[in-house]
Design a protein around this ligand. Structure first.
Ligand code: NDP
Length: 263
């Protein structure tokens, strides 16, 4: 039996165990995927090995720590410096980031996007900003505080805090903050949000499984919008393919994982 888990704080809301276990069961793969509440991210590596895991996912707020704890980081995760998928390979911890490609698949339905505003500056914002830039889309970062902006300034993204931001026009506004995940807060002040919603063609909130105060505000407009479910599905398919070591095609994984959203 191969064991997997997702690490994060909070973690009780996570749909990943259902998604991955449905894939394992449908494909006849001997695997079991659990969730692990982890407040001290520095314990991630120790717990991964203590639990005898073959792979794991990492979510808020530990993706940057996970990057630092890997023996090797592959693909776009190297540029992002944040890891959401861990795979054990010959006793070594290999880190990947499937959020980036998963997000790009999820926003296909918005049509052509030339520029986007990202709310938040955490691990997810890093993944999305790099993915957008690699896809030829200009990304601007807006965060409530300046502490986490250093990475984006170093990567030459236009970066702002609430204090020095002036509204421009965007094809897409993306909420990557955890505001609304386990509280009732908006990711930006109400007046600024009202203004922004008249300067965008579409909106996506990467939080899934609940209607955030942010999406409630968006719903009052006629803007096209979506929550984080499609991104969750797409990043999960890519993570599952890594867990299964290339034994199954993306299409074979996609069918049961999509089905798990109906359970
Ligand atoms: P991090 O902890 O790395 O970053 C959180 C960000 O949110 C920071 O920029 C922080 O700002 C900001 N923030 C937190 N609370 C508030 C608030 N009340 N008001 C304004 N800003 C706030 O988180 P991640 O980037 O790892 O994850 C962010 C979200 O994305 C989570 O909700 C997670 O569930 C979701 N997610 C969804 C995925 C999907 O597949 N749908 C995939 C990945 C993530 P500051 O720097 O000022 O503290």
């Amino acid at each position: 039996m191969n064991l997997y888990s997702i690490f994060g704080d909070p973690i009780s809301h996570s749909r990943s165990p259902l998604m991955h276990n449905t894939v394992f069961k449908t494909l006849g793969f001997r695997g079991c995927y659990t969730r692990t509440q982890l407040s001290d991210g520095n314990r991630l590596r120790e717990l991964f090995f203590a639990k005898g895991l073959s792979g794991a996912n990492v979510t808020v707020p530990h993706k940057e720590i996970a990057y630092a704890l890997c023996d090797e980081v592959r693909g776009i995760a190297k540029k992002i410096q944040a890891v959401n998928t861990l795979v054990l390979e010959n006793g070594r911890l290999i880190g990947y980031n499937t959020d980036a490609d998963g997000f790009m698949s999820a926003i296909q339905s918005f049509g052509t996007i030339k520029n986007a505003l990202i709310l938040g500056a955490g691990g997810t914002a890093r993944a999305l900003s790099i993915a957008l830039r690699d896809g030829g889309i200009t990304a601007t970062i807006l965060n409530r505080s300046s502490g986490r902006l250093a990475y984006f300034i170093h990567e030459a993204f236009p970066t702002y805090t609430w204090d020095n931001f002036t509204v421009d026009s965007y094809d897409l506004i993306i909420n990557t903050t955890s505001a609304g995940l386990s509280d009732n807060e908006l990711p930006i002040p109400q007046l600024l949000l009202n203004d922004l919603l008249t300067h965008t063609k579409g909106v996506i909130d990467v939080i899934y499984g609940k209607e955030t105060p942010f999406l409630r505000e968006v719903k009052r407009t006629a803007l096209p919008y979506k929550d984080g479910s499609d991104m969750l599905l797409e990043q999960g398919i890519l993570a599952s393919a890594l867990f299964l070591g290339g034994t199954y095609t993306i299409d074979a994984i996609k069918v049961p994982m999509k089905y798990s959203f109906l359970l």
